[in-house]
Write a protein that binds this ligand. Sequence first.
Ligand code: ZN
Ligand code: ZN
Length: 251
Amino acid sequence: MRIAAPPRLEAAWQALQLWLGATVLPAQCALCGTGCPQALCAPCRAQYLGQARRRCRQCANPLADIEVAPLCGRCLRQRPAYDATVTAFDYAAPVDQLLLQLKFGARLALAPLLAELLYVAIQQQQGWEAPQLLCPVPLGPARLAERGFNQALEIARPLARLLDVPLQPRLALRVRETRAQSGVAPQERQANLAHAFAIAPDHGPLLPGCHVGIVDDVMSSGHTVNALAAACKRAGAARVSIVVAARTPPH
Ligand SMILES: [Zn+2]
Ligand SMILES: [Zn+2]
C-alpha cells in the first residue's frame, strides 16, 4: 500500500524541488541543452529571438507586409477591451520550450529571461505608453495549489522591476475556476471565461483613470486577457495594455 505524504510535507518537497531547479542544478541553455551560465545561450538567442516582426498594435498578431494599417482586420471589425499588446515572440517551436519548461517543468529561472525579452520588445515598440501598474493574470486557487506558482506573476515580478512600475499581484481575482482554455472548444472559450475575473474590493480605488498593464505568459485567442481587461475597464481603468511573453499566431 502506498502511503501518501502529508500535504504539508508534499508542499515542502515541491518548494525544495523548485528551489533546486532555480539555484543548484547545472545551468544549461533551455533550447539546445549546451552548458552555459545563462538560461539561454547567445547563439540560440540570436537565431530564434533576433528579429522583431510587424504586429497589430492592439492584439500583437503578426501583420502581413502588405498591410499598412497599424491594426489587424480582426481588431478593426471588433475592438477588444484592451488597448494595446506587446509580445516578445511567436509561440512556436522551438522557443515555446521557454514557456513549457517554465510552466510545466517549474524552471523558474526562465521567468527573469522572459521578462528581459519582454523589456527589449517594449523598448522597440514605437509609441509605447508605460502602464501605471502591472497585474499578472491570476490563477484560480485550485490550479495555483496544483502548480505551486503562478507563471504570470513570476514573469511580472522582474518585469515590474525593469520597467520601474509598481506590481499589484492581488489586484484581480479569479472568481470562477475555469477549465483550461486548451481543453475547451474554440467556440466555447469566450463563454468559459465570462465573468471569470473580479477586481479585489480593497484594490478597487486604484483603478479609476488608471492605465493597467496585464501580464501573462501566452496569449492565444486573447479571451483570457480580454475578460480581465473588461473587468478593469468596468472598475474605471482608462487604458489597458497587455504584456505577454508569447503570442500564438492565428491559424
Ligand atoms: Zn542554446
Ligand atoms: Zn489585432
